[in-house]
Design a protein around this ligand. Structure first.
Ligand code: UD1
Ligand code: UDP
Length: 364
């Protein structure tokens, strides 16, 4: 049984769902979504044509970590007791993943962790994701680590080497099919006379003042450079929307749009000059596309992209973001150095590797 609930988990689990469902002689794949996200989850399910067998539909406006954790834990118990899966697969670091893994652990069902071993080692950053991913790894039996670095993180915590499999990141599987040379979109037409900046922001620890600082820095830099336009597909969290509208309304060269379908977003990334974000998944996708990313966070669990030169951590202070964003726009050598494509997160065949591991008897 695969359990997931938010947009990024869906983007990275649907390729695996389809891989397992495509091998019916080996697997009976059952999908349970928690519905921690609603519209943003359903958008991804539609794109990958995945129809869940169970939907806990837990999302409520302004949900707290208490709501998500308790709703997922109690509802997963019923689904697990009904389905009695041999293996539960969860992904990454969300509260859905943590609570579903905990429910499986309480029922003594073995857990496989997809995207295991990412670490900042700071439980407050990102919050609560660093706790979630460490906690999932505590209860997991199998670790599908995207990179050698994540494998090493697990070994450092005395996880057994024969339970760790370096597979690449399933998020890259989707990128292979979505980016097209002939892609067109009205928003990209609008921006075609300028350098396109792509913006996203949603981290819980950045809600409120840090997010407003980010937005102020972005606006100031762009006001100083008339040859830039920005597109910001905004998260549906009302707190994010409030901060964005307070700081960005009235600035015509920055377009706030609804969340994009994943294929559109990948093509927007490919068309962009650079990206400003606090997202995790975007840090993995950008190196493959050779797009510079200023990561508006103090830490990253994705050091591979920093080592590859594509990512730079710029924190959440207005002056630092202003300085680094300006530098990347004004210094061609700096921009060139960050624009080389690389593949630290794998070759786009992670799902089939995970399926092969499950098939060849890791279940024993
Ligand atoms: C969650 C994850 C985070 C992940 C992010 C991806 C946790 C604690 N957080 O954070 O790790 O990076 O998803 O985007 O697991 N909302 C909607 N419709 C949607 C989605 C969200 O209206 O489709 C609104 C709701 O008001 C909801 C709020 O956004 O209460 C926050 O959603 P939530 O899942 O709690 O937090 P995220 O910031 O999305
Ligand atoms: N994404 C998308 N539409 C958007 C913005 C992002 O499909 O409008 C995709 C993006 O390509 C990446 C994932 O969503 O695969 C990242 O999700 P998010 O930033 O919400 O979460 P995180 O990765 O930080 O957990």
């Amino acid at each position: 049984m695969l359990v997931f609930g938010t947009r990024p988990e869906a983007i990275k689990m649907c390729p695996l769902v389809n891989e397992l469902k495509g091998r019916p002689e080996e697997f009976d794949a059952v999908v349970c979504v928690t519905g921690q996200h609603r519209e943003m989850l359903d958008q991804v399910l539609r794109v990958f044509d995945v129809r869940p067998d169970h939907d806990l539909a837990i999302m409520k406006p302004g949900q707290t970590l208490f709501d998500i954790t308790s709703d997922v834990l109690l509802n997963m118990r019923k689904v697990f007791e009904h389905e009695e899966p041999d293996v539960v697969l969860v992904h990454g670091d969300t509260t859905t993943s943590f609570a579903a893994a905990l429910a499986a652990f309480y029922l003594r069902i073995p857990v496989g962790h997809v995207e295991a071993g990412l670490r900042t080692r700071d439980l407050c950053s990102p919050w609560p994701e660093e706790f979630n991913r460490q906690a999932v790894d505590v209860v997991s039996r199998w670790y599908f680590a995207p990179t050698e670095t994540s494998r090493q993180n697990l070994l450092d915590e005395a996880k057994s080497d024969d339970r760790i499999f370096v597979t690449g990141n399933t998020g890259i599987d989707a990128l292979r099919t979505t980016v097209r040379d002939d892609y067109r979109h009205p928003d990209l037409e609008w921006a075609s006379d300028s350098r396109l900046i792509l913006v996203t922001a949603h981290r819980r620890e950045n809600l409120g003042e840090p997010m407003k600082r980010m937005f102020r820095a972005i606006r100031r830099v762009m006001e100083e450079r008339p040859d830039t336009k920005a597109i910001y597909p905004i998260h549906l969290n009302p707190q994010v929307r409030k901060a964005a509208h307070e700081e960005l309304d009235g600035f015509g060269r920055l377009r706030i749009v609804d969340p994009l379908e994943v294929a559109d977003f990948h093509n927007f990334m490919a068309a962009s000059h650079l990206i400003l974000t606090d997202s995790g998944g975007i840090q993995e996708e950008a190196p493959s596309l050779g797009k510079p990313v200023l990561v508006m966070r103090d830490t990253t669990e994705r050091p591979e992209g920093v080592a590859a030169g594509t990512l730079r951590l710029v924190g959440t202070q207005e002056e630092v973001i202003h300085r680094e964003f300006s530098r990347l726009l004004d210094d061609p050598a700096e921009y060139e150095a960050m624009s080389h494509a690389s593949n630290p997160y794998g070759d786009g065949r992670a799902s089939s590797r995970i399926a092969n591991v499950l098939s060849r008897g890791a279940l024993a």
